[in-house]
Write a protein that binds this ligand. Structure first.
Ligand SMILES: Nc1ncnc2c1ncn2[C@@H]1O[C@H](COP(=O)(O)OP(=O)(O)OP(=O)(O)O)[C@@H](O)[C@H]1O
Length: 629
């Protein structure tokens, strides 16, 4: 079924336009492989192996030692195996009675058996060591990525290509699953190849160069294929990223009503499939190149392989090579060939992995750079005063500042209401007040300390924020209240916070009270209503008893009783803290000691409710509009 068939609504109307093209954009848009030569690519292998070894060493030294020991054993045993094979062949193919010849060959055959067993045992132990290293290594890479993203300055999310590079870095995490085993297989094949080719060179000096010629094309082919593969991955990063997000939104149970009742299913499926098809098209476009690379590599490699066997036959037929030695050479050629093949395949895999690891490392380094480095100064409760002096902030890529030259002074005990039309800068102002964003211009100070030089953790330890868009954590009720600041094992303060938002009865009626899992999707989980979720978000902020309490549209989903309760509570606890309420329900601003009205990032009016109602400004106009029904 094509993507357009996925649209079941609006039959007969022209098909909608395909999803916008999302490309990996900005300063990171250059494919690091674009200019790299084959030689440079190969020369990266040692450093990649060193890096993988270093990462593994940090995880489990004894497992790494075991791996290295196994490689050594494999190499020595492979060489011994071939040398003993040559000796056994000489006895077996020599003159005399068969039983005598076999008897003479027996010690060498026993050595062959022992060496082969050792190679197998070393292989098994290597897999065991890999099994010990890989899971913690993957966990470490994955956790490092999650932590790096959680710890960046919030403003980094809006920076050029951040999400795309995060998506690219995720691939690095995926590749850590196979990284050690690829490297181990590569090393083990290399060791076997060196051992076998050493023996082969001793048997006849011509064999080795011929063999290398036979396998080299496959090596070049494998690396070139890896390069094309990465190129495709690189071209698809942007689309894959947005598809991944869209998948979450389209399939999330929380949005199921909206998707169905608004007839979005058809378009979303069309959209999803179109994007997938575009990704496929890019991938398929690379297929002919892949085919050419593989065919040419196989043809050239095959030709040289025929030359190898012909040379061996010629050497044996013309008596230049003893028959027993020729027989050993056949075994050695086979061993070297298979080892070389493994070297090539696993070398290409290691190289391939290195590309994704580089993306991951680059992202981690960049995220590290974007982590807050503001200073050691700490602020602590009580927060007596917060000041903003000529503060401005402009989002990356925007032409106008979201907040433009705002000055404010807030004192402990005060309730400030911020109002204004959509996009006037209210939420941005709260982000600047709490140091989530640092001002581009001007200063925000807490108790006189400039937030640009203050440890942000100390600021956020003093903050309770109910954002406009709050998370509905798939955790227990208790954790939804205490998340970020679990204080005691005693449930008393939790119930206090639940009471403060009028949720006691609702929580008591849940199957497991505070222990109820708030995730309907999971077995044993349950779901709250929109207003109940919002009450819980408020209780989370109240539980923190913060010196700065910020509520951004805290009651937009609540019934009048809930709204009344919350505002009563805010008033009751306001003496100890600075309280900021952002709201479009202008009646609610009556509780504020001061109201500021924002327009295009600036404060254009301020005063008490009664003053502003009669001031004839934007506040009065918005209030009149809200009452005009
Ligand atoms: N993360 C962001 N990245 C880029 N621009 C943003 C971001 N958040 C807000 N903006 C822009 O900044 C301006 C102010 O937005 P802000 O969210 O502060 O307004 P607001 O007054 O809170 O609006 P609302 O009443 O709709 O909540 C808007 O033009 C908006 O497009």
């Amino acid at each position: 079924m094509s993507s357009v068939d996925a649209i079941d609504e609006g039959a007969g109307s022209p098909p909608p336009p395909p999803p916008a093209e999302f490309t990996y954009s900005g300063q990171y848009s250059t494919n690091p492989l674009g200019e790299a030569s084959f030689r440079r690519l190969c020369s990266r292998l040692p450093s990649v192996l060193r890096r993988i070894a270093g990462m593994a060493w940090a995880i489990d030294r004894s497992a790494v030692m075991l791996l290295l020991g196994c490689q050594l054993v494999t190499g020595v045993a492979s060489a011994v195996l071939l040398a003993a094979t040559a000796r056994a062949m000489q006895s077996i193919l020599g003159g005399g009675v068969v039983s005598d010849r076999l008897h003479e060959a027996l010690p060498a055959l026993l050595v062959v058996g022992g060496a082969a067993a050792l190679v197998r045992i070393a292989g098994a132990l290597s897999s065991y060591a890999d099994g010990r290293i890989t899971p913690p290594l993957t966990t470490q890479a994955d956790s490092a990525l999650v932590e790096a993203v959680c710890r960046v300055e919030a403003s980094a999310y809006a920076s050029d290509g951040f999400a795309d590079r995060q998506e690219a870095a995720e691939m690095g995490v995926v590749r850590t699953h196979v990284m050690v085993s690829d490297a181990q297989r590569f090393m083990s094949a290399l060791v076997r190849m060196v051992a076998a080719s050493g023996v082969l060179s001793v048997l006849h000096p011509l064999m080795l160069p011929l063999l290398i010629l036979a396998v080299l094309p496959a090596g070049v082919g494998a690396v070139l294929s890896a390069r094309v593969d990465y190129e495709v991955h690189y071209g698809n990063v942007g689309d894959r990223n947005i598809r991944h997000m869209m998948r979450w939104w389209a399939t999330n149970a929380k949005f199921a009503d909206e998707v169905r009742a608004n007839g979005m299913t058809g378009y979303l499926l069309f959209w999803y499939r179109s994007l997938s098809e575009r990704i496929d098209r890019r991938t398929l476009r690379a297929a002919p190149r892949m085919l050419v690379i593989t065919l040419v590599a196989s043809l050239v490699g095959g030709f040289f392989l025929i030359v190898v066997w012909a040379a061996l036959a010629w050497l044996a037929a013309t008596g230049r090579l003893d028959l027993a030695i020729a027989a050993t050479a056949v075994v050695a050629v086979q061993t070297t060939l298979s080892a070389l093949g493994q070297v090539v395949i696993n070398g290409a895999a290691v190289f391939h992995t290195s590309l994704y690891l580089t993306d991951m490392q680059r992202f981690l380094d960049d995220a590290g750079q974007k982590a807050p480095k503001r200073g050691e100064v700490r602020v602590a409760a009580p927060i007596e005063e917060i000041r903003l002096d000529e503060v401005a902030y402009q989002y990356p890529g925007k032409d106008e500042p979201a907040v433009d030259g705002v000055s404010l002074r807030l004192r402990r005990g005060e309730i400030l209401a911020i109002v204004g039309e959509n996009g006037s800068g209210k939420s941005t102002l709260t982000r600047l007040l709490t140091g989530i964003y640092l001002a581009d211009k001007g200063r925000v100070t807490w108790n006189g300390a400039d937030l640009a030089a203050v440890d942000p953790a100390s600021v956020w330890a003093c903050t309770g924020l109910v954002p406009q868009l709050f998370a509905q954590w798939p955790l227990r009720v208790r954790e939804n209240v205490t998340l970020g600041q679990p204080r005691t094992s005693d449930d008393g303060p939790v119930w206090e916070a639940v009471d403060a938002v009028g949720m006691r009865q609702a929580v008591e009626e849940l199957p497991d009270g505070l222990d109820t899992l708030l995730a309907r999707e999971w077995f044993g989980g349950t779901e709250l209503s929109g207003g109940q979720w919002q009450r819980l978000a408020c209780s989370r902020a109240l539980y923190r008893r913060p010196p700065l309490l910020i509520l951004d549209e805290p009651t937009s989903q609540m019934d009048p009783r809930g709204e009344h309760d919350i505002f009563e509570k805010i008033k009751a606890i306001s003496a100890d803290r600075i309280t900021i309420v952002v709201t479009h329900r202008l009646e609610n601003t009556k509780i504020a000691d001061r109201i500021v009205v924002m327009q295009q990032g600036r404060i254009t009016e301020q005063g008490r409710y009664d003053d502003l109602v009669h001031a004839g400004g934007l506040f009065a106009e918005l209030l009149a509009l809200s009452q005009d029904r």
